[in-house]
Design a protein around this ligand. Structure first.
Ligand code: ARG
Length: 288
């Protein structure tokens, strides 16, 4: 797939504090099945989910000193806990309002979340960008920056045509990457930028041509093993030199420590039942 869009300065929030948006798991559960991890018959242990979510919140706020906002959970919208899918927040170097590129979910069962995201961001003065009606886009779950380049996971949830739409609105290059394994249905399940050069990724989750794009466009692509990928190792939260990821990614943690990173493993098994882990549970709303 070809890259599209323009070039120029990075659009980040370099000079602000990191802030994440989360949504507590009050109404979290497996009420439908829209990815291979979800099984209604397996269900969720709500107390355990709450404990795991609270531990993540505590780690982010108390250990890492991150500002974490909470969106009110809504009954009947169990996946709202995965705020990474609300949309994509993009800063503005000109000092105008930051923009919120809202999601348009492929599955109707999640579309009801959008109204609540729109309200939250609108009330805080973000400029709202809505995808055209014929384009599915699932936010930061499928859209990740590596320096000035935006990579977009496509074909399972987000449409490839979301790439030229974003490229035009952002005036930046957007690289669509074809996802081919339904277990890795969002980009953030198999692709994790560590900084402007290094990216963890699980090669088999991508089409051969997209694997080529990753190797050509990213200065230091770091393939991870299948076992770590299936344990959501690439679904990590990265804050400077700190990395928060699901417990049990032993080989990956060792590699990361050798790279000079501090690894914070955390048990998120209840969220893996819905196909999500650390990174899916937060949305970056401003950056360092
Ligand atoms: N059950 C949710 C879905 O299938 C999980 C979303 C996980 N989010 C993510 N950013 N990968 O949509």
């Amino acid at each position: 797939m070809d890259a599209s869009g323009g070039g120029g300065d990075h659009l980040g929030f370099e000079h602000n504090m990191t802030t994440f948006l989360t949504c507590s798991p009050d109404h979290y559960g497996i009420l439908y099945e829209i990815n291979p991890w979800m099984s209604k018959s397996r269900g969720v242990d709500s107390n355990k989910a709450r404990q795991q979510w609270d531990s993540l919140y505590k780690l982010l706020t108390e250990t890492l000193g991150i500002t974490v906002e909470k969106l009110s959970p809504v009954q009947g919208l169990p996946d709202m806990v995965f705020t990474a899918n609300a949309g994509l927040v993009v800063g503005n170097l000109a000092g105008d309002a930051p923009r919120f590129f809202m999601s348009r979910f492929r599955h109707d069962v999640r579309q009801g979340e959008c109204l609540h995201y729109e309200k939250w961001f609108c009330m805080r003065g973000f400029q709202i960008e809505v995808p055209p009606p014929n384009i599915y886009f699932e936010g930061e779950g499928d859209a990740l920056w590596v320096g000035e380049k935006l990579f977009l996971g496509c074909q399972i949830r987000t449409d490839s045509v979301a790439a030229p739409w974003l490229a035009e609105r952002l005036n930046r290059r957007v690289y669509p990457l074809g996802l081919v394994d339904p277990r890795f249905y969002h980009l953030d399940t198999c692709f994790c930028p560590l900084d402007n050069k290094r990216v963890l990724y699980y090669p088999n989750a991508f089409s051969p041509s997209s694997q080529k794009i990753i190797k050509e466009m990213i200065p230091c692509p770091m393939p991870i093993e299948k076992a770590d990928a299936l344990n959501f190792g690439a679904n990590a939260i990265v804050v400077q030199n700190h990395l928060v990821l699901n417990a049990g990614c032993t080989n990956l943690s060792k590699t990361l420590m050798d790279e000079g990173l501090t690894v914070h493993p955390i048990d998120l098994s209840e969220f893996i039942k819905a196909g999500g882990s650390a990174k899916c549970l937060i949305l970056k709303i401003s950056d360092v």
